[in-house]
Design a binder for this molecule. Structure first.
Ligand code: HEC
Length: 262
C-alpha cells in the first residue's frame, strides 16, 4: 500500500477508536470513509523524522471544511503531556488546513497532531476526531511560512481589475459588490454579509476559509449563482481564474488583506 493510502486507512480507523488504542492489523481497504470530510494527506507525513522545529503543518481534506469551526480547542499538537498553542486557517483553493506552532517545538521529540470534536464540512457534516499525523522533530528551523505575504496593490488588484471590475465596478456594481478599488472592497466586501450564503461574509480578513468570495472563484458546487468571473449570457462560462490567481486571492486574504507592498 502507498504511504498515502496507509495514512488514509490509519486515520479512518484511528478516528473510530479511542485515542491511544493501536489500529487493528487487518484493515478492510474497501471500508467506507467516515461521513464528513476526512484527511487524505498530511505534511509532515506519519512517522517523518528530522522535522523542523518551526514546522507549518498542512492537512489536505477529502472535501472542504468550514473555516468557521476552526478554533484552538479543535486541535491538539502535543508531545507527551506538553501541548503547543497553535494558529491556523483553512485555504479552500489548495484544500488545506494550515496549522503552525506559536513558538518553537521541542527538539528531538515525538509530536502528535490530533483533531478533536467540533470541525465540520460545509454542510455541517462532522469531521471525525482522531490523530492526523505524528512525527519527530530534529534540531533546526526552516519552515515558518504559513502563507506567502501578498498585497493588494501589486498582487490582488491586477486580478480584480482585469477579471472582475467590468461588472463589479462603476456607480452600480453587480450584486452591490465593488472590486474596482480598495474603497469599493472595504465598503462592499470586507465583513459584509454575502447574498449567496447569508451566514457568511464576502471577505473576512485573514480567513480565506470563511470568505464566500473564495468559494465563488473556485466554483464550489454549493455556491449560489455562477462561478466567478462569469459571462452574463445563460449557459456560457467565462475562463476561470488560473490556479495561481486563485492562490493569490486566498493568500492575500490569509495575509490580512494588506493594502500596499512595503
Ligand atoms: C460578467 C459580469 C461579472 C464578472 C466579470 C464577475 N462577476 Fe461576480 N457577479 C456577477 C453577477 C451578475 C453576480 C450575481 C449572480 C451570481 O452570483 O452569479 C455576481 C456575484 C458575485 C459574488 C457573490 C456576491 C454575494 O454576496 O453573493 C462574488 C463574491 C463575486 N461575484 C465575485 C467576483 C469576482 C471575484 C470576480 C472576478 C474574478 C467576478 N465576480 C467577476 C457578475 C460578474
Amino acid at each position: 500500500m502507498s504511504p498515502l493510502a496507509r495514512l488514509v486507512v490509519f486515520v479512518a480507523f484511528s478516528a473510530a477508536l479511542p485515542i491511544g488504542c493501536a489500529p487493528p492489523d487487518k484493515v478492510d481497504p474497501d471500508a467506507a470513509p467516515p461521513p464528513g470530510p476526512y484527511p487524505v494527506s498530511a505534511d509532515p507525513v506519519e512517522g517523518e523524522a528530522g522535522v523542523f522545529i518551526d514546522k507549518v503543518l498542512r492537512t489536505e481534506f477529502s472535501d472542504h471544511i468550514d473555516g468557521h469551526g476552526i478554533k484552538r480547542s479543535v486541535f491538539r499538537l502535543g508531545s507527551g503531556p506538553v501541548s503547543m498553542w497553535v494558529m491556523s486557517y483553512y485555504d479552500p483553493v489548495r484544500g488545506k488546513l494550515v496549522v503552525w506552532p506559536s513558538s518553537l517545538l521541542r527538539k528531538n521529540a515525538v509530536w502528535v497532531f490530533e483533531l478533536k470534536e467540533g470541525l465540520t464540512g460545509l454542510e455541517g457534516d462532522p469531521v471525525e476526531p482522531g490523530i492526523i499525523t505524528s512525527f519527530r522533530t530534529g534540531e533546526e528551523t526552516g519552515d515558518n511560512m504559513p502563507f506567502p505575504w501578498t498585497y493588494y496593490d501589486n498582487d490582488a488588484a491586477p486580478i480584480f481589475n482585469s477579471r472582475c471590475a467590468s461588472c463589479h465596478g462603476g456607480a452600480s456594481p453587480m450584486a452591490g459588490l465593488s472590486l474596482e478599488n480598495a474603497d469599493g472592497l472595504w465598503q462592499t466586501a470586507m465583513n459584509v454579509p454575502a447574498d449567496g450564503w447569508p451566514e457568511w461574509d464576502r471577505i473576512v480578513p485573514s480567513r480565506p476559509g470563511e470568505s464566500y468570495l473564495v468559494y465563488k472563484i473556485i466554483g464550489d458546487r454549493r455556491i449560489v449563482g455562477k462561478q466567478m468571473p462569469r459571462i452574463l449570457m445563460e449557459g456560457d462560462q467565462a475562463q476561470p481564474l488560473s490556479q495561481e490567481e486563485m492562490e493569490t486571492v486566498s493568500d492575500w486574504i490569509a495575509s490580512g488583506t494588506l493594502l500596499s507592498t512595503p
